[in-house]
Design a binder for this molecule. Structure first.
Ligand SMILES: [Zn+2]
Length: 303
């Protein structure tokens, strides 16, 4: 609302925009970072979210129309940790003087699992030869999301120091909500005995969640949704599900549940429900909705 009144004054003065600061144009390649920028920036930012809730970020490629929105951008938000293979293209198109902020690259990383589980599986997550296998799904840790809020707050403050107090206040409010969310997740997860905290998912997206909340992950596919599951991996998972008596397996909003369904049919385990793996969905577009949906689904299915 702060900007409404100067705008009104400007109209009364005959269209002079003397008093109205232009909002900072932010172009975001991550649905979650669009949310962070809006929460922290408030009416001091104008956020263009190119990767919308419900879009698989592994398969997204910017169109020429998408790239045009970079004109006038002062801050470009990238999820990072190698999630966006098109980042060089963005850097070439982004206006001179704009800040391209790869938020995930400012956060601690988990390496891709390489047979480090207790059962010693060699998963063969199909990363290209020589590519560093860093897990890009940092947002499933609320602690990481909180760090991301601070990174975005600091970037906005550097661009508009005059709005520092407002950004600090907005960020503090959002961080407080995230702290409540983290506490709620811990309470929910505590309802599950430790040996039930085993997540069989479509692709390997929940390692940061697993680390924070004490789960073990068994994924059908690798770190990217672009990789097909091998027949060997599916057999291995089915053997594990039978041996450990895994109660349920989960599918994802943006992936075909065919293999998941096949596994439940073969092993007699249940489909535990749908999880948002790569960001929030169109029906539940906020970070808090995504986490509450996932945690409720997991706890109900595995209890
Ligand atoms: Zn993913």
């Amino acid at each position: 609302m702060r900007r409404f009144f100067p705008g009104l004054v400007a109209v009364l003065l005959g269209g002079a925009t003397l008093f109205a600061a232009e909002p900072i144009r932010v172009v975001s390649f991550s649905a979650l970072l669009s949310e962070v920028a809006r929460e922290v920036g408030g009416d001091a930012v104008d956020v263009v979210g190119l990767v919308k809730p419900g879009v698989d970020p592994h398969g997204y490629q910017p169109t020429p129309v998408d790239l045009k929105t970079l004109a006038g951008a002062r801050l470009v938000l990238i999820s990072g940790k190698h999630l966006e293979p098109y980042v060089d293209k963005v850097a070439r198109v982004a206006p001179a003087g704009s800040v391209i902020l790869s938020v995930g690259d400012r956060l601690p990383s988990l390496d891709a699992p390489e047979g480090g589980h207790d059962h010693g599986h060699a998963h063969g997550h199909g990363h290209a030869e020589g590519e560093s296998a860093v897990d890009p799904h940092w947002w499933h840790s609320v602690a990481q999301m909180r760090r991301a809020v601070v990174v975005v707050r600091d970037a906005l403050t550097a661009l508009a120091p005059e709005d520092k107090a407002q950004f600090a206040k907005n960020a503090a409010g959002y961080l407080a909500r995230l702290a409540v969310l983290d506490k709620w997740i811990r309470q929910q997860v505590a309802l599950l005995p430790r040996d039930q905290r085993r997540l069989v998912t479509s692709h390997d997206a929940f390692q940061y969640f697993a680390r924070d909340y004490g789960f073990q992950i068994e994924a059908i596919e690798g770190l990217s949704t672009e990789q097909e599951a091998s027949a060997g991996r599916v057999q291995e998972l089915m053997a594990l599900i039978r041996k450990e008596g895994v109660k349920a397996v989960f599918f994802e909003d943006t992936l075909n549940p065919k293999v998941t369904t096949e596994i439940t049919r073969e092993t007699g385990t249940r489909v535990g429900g749908m999880l948002y793996a790569d960001g929030p969905g169109a029906a539940e577009p906020t970070y808090e909705q995504m986490q509450r949906h996932n945690v409720t689904t997991i706890v109900e299915a595995l209890r």
